[in-house]
Every structure is written in C-alpha cells, then in structure tokens.
Ligand binder design. Structure first.
Ligand SMILES: [Zn+2]
Length: 258
C-alpha cells in the first residue's frame, strides 16, 4: 500500500527567475515546507511563493501525499501515475526545490486518504517522510485548505495537528503557519470558505507560476474549468487587487510568531 519515492533534487537551473534575485531579508531566512495532497496543488496554491522564497535565497521543501492512475471526466482521458510522477520531478527541477518526497503512489489509495488513520498521515509529516518536520526543521509551513476533495481535507487535518503548539526544545517549531488556496474552493459548504489575511506579492513570479502549471501537462483543463491556466492566472490577479499589487497568492495565516 505504501510506496515511498524520493525525488532527488538536481541542480538544474531553469527559467529566468533565478537570475533576478529578490531582496527580502524575511524570506531569505525561511525554510518553507509545502504540504500538498497531490502533484499540482503546490503550484496552484503556492507556485509563485515558492519561486519568490527561492529567489530570495530561502529553502523550499515539498511533501506530496498521493499520485495514482486517474481517469478524467474530460472525455474519459486516462492519466497514469507515472506521468504525474514525471511532472512532479520536472517541477522540482524547475522551481529548484531543495527536497521532495512523494509518500503514496498507490492507485487504490488515491483519493482515499480519508480511509487512512489520521495518525498515519501525521506521522509522515512529523517524522517519517524524507522531508518531515523533524528532518527539515522548517520555519514556515504551507498546508492545503480543506475542501470537497476528501484528500485535501484529510491532509489539512493531519497537517494542522502536526503543527500544533508545543515546547520548542522538544520539536522543531513553525513560526509561520499558512493555509493555501485552491481554485476549487468556491464549491464548498463550509462558511466562511476561505478568508485570506496573508498575501504574498507574486507580481514578478506570475509567469513562473504559469510555466510551472504548464509542466503539470496531464492536469491541463479547458478555459472554463476552475483549474484552467486562465482561471489560475485570473485568481492571482484578483488576489493581487485585494492587496493592491499586480498579482498575489492568498493565505489564511493561523500563526505568525516573531
Ligand atoms: Zn489535489
């Protein structure tokens, strides 16, 4: 059931973003751990932020929970898990991610993470993954918002538990805890759905986010789909306007200690 795959970081610099260094003393110090239920969630919610942290000289690690064979409603298109793993490896290279771990590549488990004891998911985040909190000692963590997608809700609940307050000398502590957005959140019975109170200006990294999303080619959707490239860019521009910048990624901040 469990199959761990570590995507080793390769020192391949792609894209223009690494040429333009970002002067940002706050981001420069960060070790950001992004927790994603599936490959592509990291780009949809945090792609621009990852690029910005890296350009500032910070570190970024990525823990992805599940990639399995998929069959889309869009004309019955089938996507094998190997394709998704290859796309994830491309993202790791393109965004120059410092370490990535895919926990499960079992199709029977894909979209059934809610079937697993929450304790097992928490253990991956806290101790067992190659990019666990214990091993990476992140200063900041980005976790997915709960949604109609059962995997997203299962991962949110486990991650929220994993970053609970505790005595600092016994366990690495994350001073910044952010919940990130997904374009599908508008379909949700929870109120409030997603109320951002933390923005990252990604005006200079919108193009990088766009290119990164294109690397998840198997997930490409038609223009009118919530997760289409066009909608992701539109959403970044709307979030930007909320913060009076050109483009932004929005978060719900659950903890910020300084
Ligand atoms: Zn997902």
């Amino acid at each position: 059931m469990r199959n761990q795959l570590q995507l080793k970081k390769r020192r391949v610099i792609l894209g223009a973003m690494h040429k333009k260094k970002e002067r940002n003393p706050f981001l420069e110090k960060q070790r950001l751990l992004v927790i994603a239920p599936h490959p592509d969630d990291e780009v949809l919610g945090v792609g621009g932020t990852i690029a910005k942290v890296k350009a500032a000289g910070g570190k970024v690690f990525l823990l992805v929970f599940s990639a399995g064979d998929l069959k889309f409603y869009d004309g019955g298109r089938a996507v094998p898990k190997e394709t998704r793993k290859k796309e994830l490896a491309k993202i790791v290279r393109f965004l120059d991610i410092d370490g990535c771990d895919l926990i499960y590549d079992d199709t029977d488990l894909h979209l059934r993470l809610d079937r697993l004891p929450r304790r097992d998911l928490i253990a991956q985040i806290e101790r067992e993954s190659a990019v666990s909190i214990d091993k990476i000692k992140p200063t900041a963590i980005a976790i997915p918002a709960p949604s109609y997608n059962q995997d997203h809700t299962a991962v949110f609940e486990a991650a929220f538990t994993a970053v609970r307050p505790h005595v600092r000398r016994f366990k690495p502590f994350q001073d910044l805890v952010l919940v990130y957005e997904n374009p599908t959140l508008s379909w949700n019975v929870r109120k409030p759905i997603f109320r951002p109170n933390f923005y990252v200006d990604i005006s200079r990294y919108l193009d990088t986010k766009k290119k990164a999303l294109a690397l998840h080619g198997s997930q490409k959707r038609e223009k009118t789909h919530q997760c289409s490239l066009e909608n992701v860019i539109d959403l970044a521009r709307v979030r930007g306007k909320e913060a009076s910048v050109e483009a932004a990624e929005a978060f719900m901040c659950y903890r910020f200690v300084t």
